[in-house]
Design a protein. Sequence first.
Length: 61
Amino acid sequence: MKAHNITIDINTLTTEQLEQLKAMTYFNGQTTETKEINDRIAFIEGRITEKQEDAYMSKWC
């Protein structure tokens, strides 16, 4: 099977969609992508500090 590269804007996904994507990247061994998805979920759910939120906003928004 030929490999396909896709780009997904995780900022447009719901938390449920992010959880599904996180599972796919985790089981595929994509640790960087899994961390970025975890960061997005934490941002959406408000589970990060103000400093982390500022860093997230400057990097992704």
